[in-house]
Design a protein around this ligand. Sequence first.
Ligand code: PHE
Length: 339
Amino acid sequence: MLEDIQKHINILESLQIRSADDLEKFRIEYVSKNGVVNRLFQEFKSLPPEQKRIIGKYLNDLKQKAEKIWKENKDKFVFSTQENKIVDLTCPPAPLMLGSHHPVSIVRKEIIEIFTRIGYVVSDGPEIEDDWHVFTALNFPLEHPARDMQDTFFITRNPDILLRTHTSSVQIRVMETQKPPIRIIIPGRVYRNETISARSHCFFHQIEGLYIDKKVSFADLKQNLLYFSQELFGKETKIRLRPSYFPFTEPSAEMDVSCMICNGEGCPICKYSGWVEILGCGMVDPNVLENCKINSKIYSGFAFGLGIERITNLKFRIKDIRLFFENDLRFLQQFISVI
Ligand code: PHE
């Protein structure tokens, strides 16, 4: 064993460390957990006491020499510069991992971009609202079920203060304060007292559209919605309007687009009908214009409202609305590459 130690002392005495590679080799061979020094100390443990006395001195000498070499060179190379090719300061840094956009934000942005291309501007309004803006001014009869406690979250015991159940409330706020022509798009969060399930949630996002001017017709509404649908789902997309009812529009309609998954041929997403419903719309009821002090004999207009989650589900084929609000990284990271 003594010879072995002596041999290593000799090696270390003439050892020259010139590069980071040399240092790394030395580290592994001598000072790492399984290196020479530790190995010899292990062997040393089983020597008889009289030999320990003699050999211990040499072994300590070897250990000190190895430690000295390590100490002297460690900083030199680890914090070294270009010369030693350890750190290249001209090298661009590793790219930082960026987060992803939320799928609802991606689709909201896309929809807003489409409407701003044809002259709409973005507006917004409060989420905590009063009865006038959410219901009364929008021509909801007093006994209308949407006023029922089951649908609406009231904030206080005072039934006048509530969380808006749709973005249509902002139509009123804008018409009360601006003069026509008005051409706005209103993205925002809405709240409904509904049981949370794969298909519905107690809050979600809508985009509302409103266009008020002289001689605005149902044909204008249809053209705007056709343009929007083809921009969003592709040039081949068809639309169809089915008669419906909303208190604040007359006539009212629900709009379907041809199923973008099966191209209208029939699949589980469109329940084999070839069509999927995406929004509600209609001509603004004259009562609503008058409630906002806009002369309904001079002005007319249309409005529409869509649920962003619904469109996002269709675009990305997401089957459960709850995924949007859980913030599970495994879900969100799938949208990293989508701008
Ligand atoms: N506010 C309606 C809803 O939430 C949608 C809508 C908006 C319908 C504008 C017609 C016109 O269901």
